[in-house]
Design a protein around this ligand. Structure first.
Ligand code: AMP
Length: 211
């Protein structure tokens, strides 16, 4: 199964990607995680994109498409994959189609802006494995320590309020047209995702027709 997760930052894509990945046994491919790893390792790609991520802008399609193509060609992707945070522009969606990505479903995580602002201001992300927690909604067992790999949790610089507002604007301008794109192709499934994690997970599997 090849699934796209679409939604504003903080809509719950990363959290649900990890759950779907475990349940279906297919990897979650996150361009955001790939870019943050490159920044942490100070690779040429990381240096190229660091300021773009910090500002809340999008990295160019010419960088993203080869990156996701290369990752999707790895052997663990043979049974399928979950695309978390890609495509984010019409050009990326068309690029994926041209590369033969053959998407089965696009889940649109529908959540009001006010809810994501409160989610992101409390989000803590693991420096080691990129898993996301929330100080009240989904707290780690030990404060500021990842439950999965014991690394430190931190607030992503792009989760600061001003940058979040910018990212919401970028979503509306550049990513929202993908809702129509996948609707027209009969692939879009809307997942109301303002509720707690378990409730959203149930709606995700209902949308995918998996009980
Ligand atoms: P995310 O973790 O998905 O919220 O992504 C964090 C940041 O990485 C975004 O705000 C963009 O700067 C960049 N990014 C991630 N995925 C993409 C993409 N598909 N296209 C362009 N920029 C991206």
């Amino acid at each position: 199964m090849r699934i796209i997760l679409l939604g504003v930052p903080g809509a719950g894509k990363g959290t649900q990607a990890a759950i779907i990945s475990q349940r279906l046994g297919i990897p979650a491919l996150s361009t955001g995680n790939i870019l943050r790893a490159a920044i942490a390792a100070e690779t040429p790609l990381g240096l190229q994109v660091k300021d773009i991520l910090a500002r809340g802008d999008l990295v160019s399609d010419d960088v993203i498409l080869p990156l996701i193509k290369e990752r999707a060609e790895e052997p663990d992707c043979a049974p399928g994959y979950i695309l978390d945070g890609v495509p984010r522009t019409l050009a990326q969606a068309e690029g994926l189609d041209a590369l033969g990505f053959g998407i089965d479903a696009c889940l649109f995580f529908d959540v009001p802006d006010e809810a994501v602002i409160s989610r992101l201001s409390g989000r803590r992300t693991c420096r080691g494995c990129d898993k996301a927690f929330h100080v009240t909604g989904n707290p780690p067992k030990t404060a500021d320590v990842c439950d999965y790999c014991d690394s430190e949790l931190y607030t992503r610089p792009d989760d600061e309020l001003e940058t979040v507002q910018k990212r919401l604007r970028v979503f509306r301008e550049q990513t929202a047209p993908l809702i129509d794109y996948y609707t027209e192709r009969g692939k879009l499934k809307v997942v109301p995702s303002g509720g707690p994690v378990d409730q959203v997970t149930a709606l995700v599997f209902e949308a995918l027709g998996i009980s």
